[in-house]
Design a binder for this molecule. Structure first.
Ligand code: HSE
Length: 298
């Protein structure tokens, strides 16, 4: 009647797939304990690591759980305890981890009335609360692992894509908080056809690269001419970091989700460690506070 779980961090967009592509990191994430209670109430009993509201209506875990229990017409109550290791507003799916972890845990305790894919729509309600937009590109990979593609939002259709064994994801988080809501507000809503053409060409190539295990093509597909030029202005020394990543052998580099974290995708530990050391030295020289995480994608 109790479950302890790890709710993973995720990287959304991956340059060419704004709002439709994301991947799941291993080793970075929140810890949660969810248990059944006997008084038919949904409660967030404790949150450590971050200052977040315990009120069900104001918390992404609360609204996701409520959406799920309402659809099931389920009266069972649950206590939710969250240890936040992912900082809110860091760009690696903090709200998604809480939302996905909650619906995953409750589903398990109820004997799995839903498949993992069916849980996505409930977790998206958490994203709606957090950012004003129910995007699925963090909650889907958090629930399904590896890479996820949102084929369509209406009707919701999510496709699981494989990962590659030697992929390493380096996340550099300049310690400033950037709310997804705010970094969505700077995006233009119209796209030039020539830019759209390169974006969908890259997205299709990326999917092909995952199936053909073509690391080099995967790296060359991590490009974004639409969102990155606007959002990268909010990230300290974005262009310099991008050059450093390329010079030191990273496959690709871009903004993680809505930022301010950036990612460098690498093949193998040696390259990833090299890029990590370069990023570290660069930000230390500039006196910028940061966190660095290195993980696999699975
Ligand atoms: N696709 C979303 C955005 C992801 O870029 O706003 C937020 O993590």
């Amino acid at each position: 009647d109790k479950i302890k779980l790890f709710a993973p961090a995720t990287v959304a967009n991956l340059s060419c797939g704004f709002d439709v592509l994301g991947c799941c990191l291993d080793g970075v994430g929140d810890e949660m304990i969810i248990s059944k209670n006997s008084d038919q109430k949904l409660r967030i009993t404790k949150i450590t690591g971050q200052d977040l509201p315990l009120n069900i209506e104001e918390n992404v875990a609360g609204v996701s759980a409520k959406a799920m229990l309402t659809e099931l017409d389920e009266k069972q109550g649950f206590n939710i305890e969250i240890k936040k290791n992912i900082k809110a507003g860091s760009g690696i799916g903090s709200s998604a981890a809480s939302a996905a972890g909650t619906v995953f845990g409750i589903n398990k305790l109820l004997g799995e009335p839903f498949s993992a894919n069916e849980l996505i729509k409930f977790a998206m309600e958490g994203e709606r609360l957090a950012s004003g937009n129910a995007h699925a590109d963090n909650v889907a990979p958090a629930l399904l692992g590896d890479f996820s593609l949102v084929k369509s939002y209406d009707p919701l259709e999510i496709i699981s894509l494989p990962s590659l064994p030697e992929l390493r994801m380096l996340i550099l988080h300049p310690l400033i908080e950037l709310k997804t809501r705010d970094s969505r507000s700077v995006i233009r809503h119209n796209v030039e056809l020539t830019k759209a053409i390169s974006q969908w060409g890259n997205l299709a190539a990326l999917v092909s690269a995952l199936y053909t295990q073509d690391y080099e093509l995967l790296g060359r597909s991590l490009k974004d001419e639409i969102i990155e030029p606007v959002r990268s202005i909010l990230i300290p020394y974005f262009d310099e970091l991008k050059d450093l990543a390329a010079k030191n052998g990273a496959l690709g580099f871009g903004i993680s989700g809505s930022g301010p974290s950036v990612f460098a995708m690498c093949k193998g530990d040696a390259v990833a460690e090299k890029v990590k050391a370069e990023f570290q030295e660069f930000y230390q020289d500039k006196n910028i506070d940061f966190d660095l995480h290195l993980s696999k994608i699975n």
